[in-house]
Ligand binder design. Structure first.
Ligand code: PMP
Length: 382
């Protein structure tokens, strides 16, 4: 009989990300853009595809792309580092600034990868939970914890996934002043919120900003993200990163998308209008509490949320994100803003199933549905 030694003990309390894509008609679970790339852009790429030297390794630092991004942000290329999606950059940050004997300050409920990457790298996690009423940050508690010292890296999703709210800029400045720890402000949803900490980079060398092509720029399928940071931070990160993580094709496509980014503006505005419709539509349904959002998704609270999640999926073919088991998000679901048709289908389904529920509650036929464990334990991974 062969034997196999187990892996690092830290893996024991981690779960595999089950990336199975359930076959659903309407997927509003991953904060993706409902629209593929504009047709003309794809047609132009198709014409120019022979330019791509598929046989050659990519430029490790994606010089052309990082220069474009630096120019657009009034920075030098040395202030930009590209990654295989924002996810990889979060991992790189944790590899370089976290690790055994180092500490992350996080403000849950928030993006699940911060905690997962901290665990993977043996980083200690200090949590300062958000207020349960509205998911605002407990500013005093965060600043008090920073004042105690011993924090090496802070990660704040802004707007926050899965709650959708923004932190006050003045508070984020206070955080930057209160610590010499690296402070990641995760602006994955920047193109929707229009709020950025970019103007504070010069004064605060500990500020790092994360952005992604996965949301507003419809490129979740390619995996391209970037950090804006102090040159020294970028230089340290180049020591831990996988040299070829952003492949040649992705660099090429992202470059064209970034160059043509004004064409996405109308679509972003439309999505924001649709978000208002979804927020308003949900808020009119009895027993549904909606949390205001600055991103391309909306969090809402409803009794027996797991049952609502299941009914949406099984009776209406609509997949939303069940975050009801994420500490602090009890009875909450997160819905991504989709196309107009998808949003309408979602609202109609919600109205219908909540009406059915009221009727069955009146006749006392309610059952307490089982939770669908597989979808809930992991929290917002996308
Ligand atoms: N940060 C936040 C807050 C996110 O929600 C996401 C994606 N869901 C990411 C970072 C990473 O996105 P990607 O890896 O697709 O760039």
């Amino acid at each position: 009989m062969g034997r196999l030694k187990g892996p690092r003990p830290e893996l024991a309390d981690l779960t595999t990300y089950d990336a199975r894509e359930p076959h659903v008609e309407i997927n509003l679970s991953a904060n993706e853009n409902p629209a593929n790339l504009p047709h003309e852009l794809v047609a132009n790429m198709a014409k120019r595809l022979p330019e791509v030297a598929f046989n050659r390794y990519p430029d490790p630092m994606a010089t052309a792309l990082r220069t474009q991004i630096a120019d657009a942000n009034g920075l030098d290329p040395g202030n930009v580092i590209m990654g295989n999606g924002g996810d990889e950059l979060i991992f790189d940050l944790m590899l370089a600034w976290g690790g055994p004997g180092r500490t992350l300050l996080s403000t849950p409920p928030t993006f699940a990868m911060y905690e997962i990457d901290a665990k993977l790298t043996g980083t200690t996690i200090v949590e300062v939970p958000r207020r349960s009423k509205d998911f605002s940050l407990d500013e005093k508690a965060v600043l008090a914890r920073l004042a105690q010292g011993g924090i090496d890296i802070v990660m704040i999703s802004n707007p926050n996934n899965p709650t959708g709210n923004l932190a006050p800029e003045t508070f984020l400045i206070d955080v930057l002043k209160a610590t010499d720890a690296l402070v990641l402000i995760d602006e994955a949803y920047f193109e929707f919120s229009r709020h950025t900490m970019r103007p504070h980079m010069e004064r605060h060398p500990n500020l790092v900003i994360l952005r992604t092509f996965s949301k507003a720029f419809s490129l979740a399928g390619l995996r391209v993200g970037y950090l804006l940071a102090n040159e020294e931070v970028v230089s340290e990160l180049t020591k831990v990163r996988q040299p070829y993580s952003v492949d040649r094709f992705s660099q090429w496509v992202a470059g064209m998308v970034f160059r043509e980014r004004v064409v996405f503006e109308a679509q972003i505005q439309e999505l924001l209008r649709h978000r208002d419709v979804v927020e308003h539509g949900l808020s009119r349904i009895p027993h549904v509490k909606v949390f205001g959002s600055e991103a391309n998704f909306v969090l809402f609270r409803v009794e027996r949320a797991a049952a609502v999640w299941r009914d949406l999926l099984h009776s209406h073919g609509i997949l939303v994100r069940d975050v009801s088991r994420v500490p602090g998000c009890d009875e909450c679901l997160r819905v991504t803003i989709g196309s107009e048709r998808e949003n309408r289908a979602f609202l109609t389904a919600m109205e219908e199933l909540m009406r059915q529920r009221r009727e069955s509650d009146m006749f006392g036929t309610t059952s307490n549905d089982e939770h669908d464990a597989a979808t809930t334990v992991l929290g917002p991974l996308s």
